[in-house]
Design a protein around this ligand. Structure first.
Ligand SMILES: [Zn+2]
Length: 438
């Protein structure tokens, strides 16, 4: 007997064949998908499960993978506005330094990850100051997280220096080597905030443990000018010359690239995360998605932190990615909804090195499943579920979320934590956060 049977579902699998199963059913045992069928061909009665859930005709699909986030920055949402990245960061760091401790980082991480979870993201890649707290928060909520040691050259939060970051990176990588829900990574901030020597130290640790190396790259024109002035090179050439590209590398942003840089990323099989909302709001620019896609780069999608894009909404990120590529190139087929949906699911799993486990609904994979309500005014009639998911659906349509078969959002409510209590704690901290910049 299976643990769960979900029936009466419109299943969008995101598998390699882009299969959609009408009148679909899914069974789950020990956290893994054991059957995916259409009740048009196999009777529901031939399956037995401890718990049967009717999807009521709603879309059932893999959980989204948010490949770039700073969840705990949700504490500072809306605090620094209308500044370009470099000036904006200067203000953000003042507020972060005044407020962040392991405790407030945990609080902010729960807040930011809860927003992700309620929006249907089951896996998040997160870069932040106290990564163990982010990992703890994800565990508390029942989500998957990829995070780990950060690197930053200027005196960082808690007065830590490069040597501290090295030992913390080792520690985190060892602590989570066999952790099912934590995908360890090394996350230096960027090539304009971390020297090539220190970036190389960070990459060495990532390679030693066989884990991911993630950094901000080519986000703004100013960053490209800065790297040119310091090293007489462009950002991606700089990373390439220091052997910081590769299959285990995830670059966040990649807005300002020339042809050669696109080809260096593609040839090295480096992964890219697009963060359209953050890039628009900070006035950073629009990434050359069509060109990167044509070069064969594994493109994924992220929200960035709520302090830059102001929300952690992967549905908005998908819609912007697709719409901007079409509009920028003046080509209605510059990018399809199907390609964008895959960027937000299976491509993220590939970048994380976990495509055999997550990113699509297939037999044997983890039951990371979300349900999307389509019984509403903006979903009827529903001719093409994939177009609907990218251009019509929104995060308020997410009703239920499962990670490894655990029902962690039930009818729009998080089951693992009293989230109202967290909201109260954040409200209590808010005056202090505001005062940090006064
Ligand atoms: Zn970022």
């Amino acid at each position: 007997m299976d643990d769960i049977l979900i029936k009466d579902a419109l299943i969008v699998t995101c598998d390699p064949a882009h299969a959609i199963i009408k009148n679909g059913l899914i069974t789950v045992s020990d956290g893994r998908i054991t059957a995916l069928e259409s009740s048009d061909t196999v009777s529901v009665d031939s399956f037995r499960a401890k718990k049967t859930i009717s999807a009521n005709g709603n879309i059932v699909m893999p959980g989204l993978i948010n490949m770039h986030c700073h969840a705990a920055d949700s504490l500072f949402r809306g605090l620094v506005e209308n500044l370009p990245l470099e000036e904006w960061l200067g203000r953000v760091w003042i507020a972060e330094k005044a407020i962040l401790t392991p405790e407030t980082t945990y609080l902010g991480s729960i807040l930011g990850l809860a927003e992700n979870l309620l929006s249907g993201a089951t896996t998040v890649m997160d870069m932040f100051w106290y990564p163990e707290e982010t990992a703890n928060a994800a565990k508390k909520l029942g989500m998957r997280i990829s995070t780990g040691g950060i690197f930053f050259d200027l005196p960082g939060i808690g007065g830590r220096c490069h040597e501290d970051y090295i030992s913390e990176a080792h520690q985190f990588s060892q602590n989570h080597e066999a952790d099912e829900n934590v995908i360890p990574a090394i996350l230096p901030h960027g090539s304009y905030t971390v020297s090539p020597e220190n970036l190389t130290d960070a990459k060495r640790i990532a390679d030693e443990y066989g884990i991911l190396f993630c950094t901000h790259a080519a986000e703004t024109k100013a960053e490209q000018n800065d790297i040119k002035a310091r090293y007489n090179n462009s950002v991606i050439r700089h990373l390439n010359e220091h052997k910081l590209l590769g299959e285990n590398v995830v670059l966040a942003h990649c807005v300002h690239l020339d042809e050669k840089e696109i080809s260096l990323i593609a040839k090295s099989k480096t992964n890219v995360v697009l963060n359209p909302m953050s890039n628009l709001k900070l006035g950073s620019g629009i990434a050359p998605v069509k060109e990167m896609k044509r070069a064969g780069i594994n493109l994924t999608i992220g929200t960035d932190g709520a302090i830059s894009g102001n929300d952690l909404d992967m549905w908005l990120a998908m819609r912007l990615t697709c719409g901007l590529a079409k509009g920028l190139n003046m080509e209605a087929d510059a990018l399809t909804a199907e390609q964008v949906l895959h960027m937000a699911t299976i491509n993220g799993a590939k970048a994380l090195g976990k495509s055999e486990l997550i990113g699509s609904l297939e037999i044997g994979k983890c039951a990371d499943i979300i349900m999307v309500d389509v019984n509403n005014s903006h979903s009827i009639p529903l001719f093409d579920p994939i177009t609907h998911l990218v251009f019509g659906a929104g995060r308020s349509d997410i009703t239920d979320v499962f990670v490894s078969g655990k029902h962690i959002v039930k009818n729009k409510k998080i089951t693992g934590i009293d989230i109202e209590k967290i909201y109260d704690e954040v409200r209590e901290l808010a005056p202090q956060i505001k005062a940090s910049l006064e």
